[in-house]
Design a protein around this ligand. Structure first.
Ligand code: SF4
Length: 332
């Protein structure tokens, strides 16, 4: 049983001018205990909508989500069943989710009180423990949120989610507003927490270098659909879907080499009016006739990988012409 399982989830929204937009068009993924799963794709591909459906903040139009075997219902936080408290969400901007007028220790204490997981006399010790778990000194309990850097505030937000003793945390672009050094440090903290606490992490990020560095598995999303999934290293070394290949090819190396600005031409199409056939076909360098009319299914391939592309025959992945090895190592 996976810690978190998303099955064929569809998320529709009302469009501003009427009608409906399909933000997620049938997505599947799993997160196992102690595993970091990266969810990548360009802005507007449906990553955040899928994250919200995964934790029950939006109701899927179709499909289902299971957390530790139990269905995740789209309920308000107040009505959240106790067993779902161990499924947490951390947002991009920690400042908006912290109370600027209350000390960090008080806010963590409030979280513990609300969860009723620690007896009153053990509260201070647990607050200190949570703060130290995320690599901050215990004295941080006496500070106000504005006294901390963006990276430190994100650590505080993670400490608050850890108050629930979660088994899975969904992190929606947690590194997006941080500088490169803070990103690398926070990424390393996530690896440590996942390993030490057997914590499953679903890391939604447009920063492919960080995902490449810390994720055990990757799901690549394009216009509401999963187009490729699999273990991180093989996927990076030999992407099986042209979109994965282009996305990975568009990552600049720190030394300035390897950046292929032409790798990902054009814009993501309007989700309200997706292209026929394969949704990637208007941007795909390998497009052929069938791609324009038939939507390729996501098929299982060897070594636990899947891809949705007519170039991939059932059961026998073929390498794309532009295979390459990518990735950067971040300092610990
Ligand atoms: Fe490209 Fe066709 Fe594969 Fe779509 S199905 S990614 S258009 S080759």
């Amino acid at each position: 049983m996976s810690a978190l399982e998303v099955r064929d989830v569809v998320v529709d929204y009302e469009a501003r001018g009427g009608g409906r937009v399909r933000a997620v068009a049938g997505a599947c993924l799993t997160v196992e205990p102690g595993q970091i799963v990266g969810l990548v794709g360009e802005s507007g591909c449906g990553k955040s909508s899928l994250a919200r459906a995964a934790v029950g903040l939006v109701a899927p139009t179709a499909g289902s989500v299971f957390f530790e075997g139990a269905p995740v219902s789209p309920l308000t936080r107040r009505a959240r069943p106790r067993e779902l408290i161990r499924l947490q969400l951390v947002f991009q901007n920690p400042y908006s989710s912290l109370n600027p007028r209350r000390k960090v220790g008080s806010q963590l204490g409030d979280a513990l009180d609300a969860l009723d997981l620690v007896p009153r006399r053990g509260r201070s010790a647990r607050v200190r423990e949570l703060i130290e778990l995320v690599g901050l000194p215990a004295t941080a309990a006496d500070g106000y949120p504005h006294e901390f850097s963006g990276g430190q505030r994100q650590r505080i937000a993670i400490a608050r989610s850890l108050a629930a003793n979660p088994s899975v945390i969904v992190l929606d672009e947690p590194l997006a507003s941080l500088d490169a050094s803070a990103q690398a440090q926070l990424a390393n903290l996530l690896v440590d927490l996942s390993r030490d606490l057997d914590l499953g992490l679903l890391l939604i990020s447009h920063d492919l270098a960080i995902v490449r560095h810390i994720a055990d598995a990757v799901s690549v999303m394009y216009l509401g659909l999963m187009v490729e999934t699999g273990p991180t290293l093989p996927l990076w070394q030999v992407p099986l879907h042209p979109y994965s290949e282009a996305l990975i090819g568009s990552v600049p190396h720190p030394d300035g080499t390897g950046f292929l600005p032409e790798a990902l031409p054009g814009e993501v199409p309007d989700p309200a009016n997706p292209p026929s056939g394969c949704r990637f076909h208007p941007r795909c360098p390998y497009v052929f006739d069938r791609c324009r009319t038939d939507d390729p299914p996501l098929v299982p391939l060897q070594d636990g990988r899947t891809a949705a592309c007519w170039l991939q025959p059932q059961g026998a992945p073929v390498a794309l012409p532009g295979d390459r090895v990518k990735g950067v190592n971040l300092p610990r």
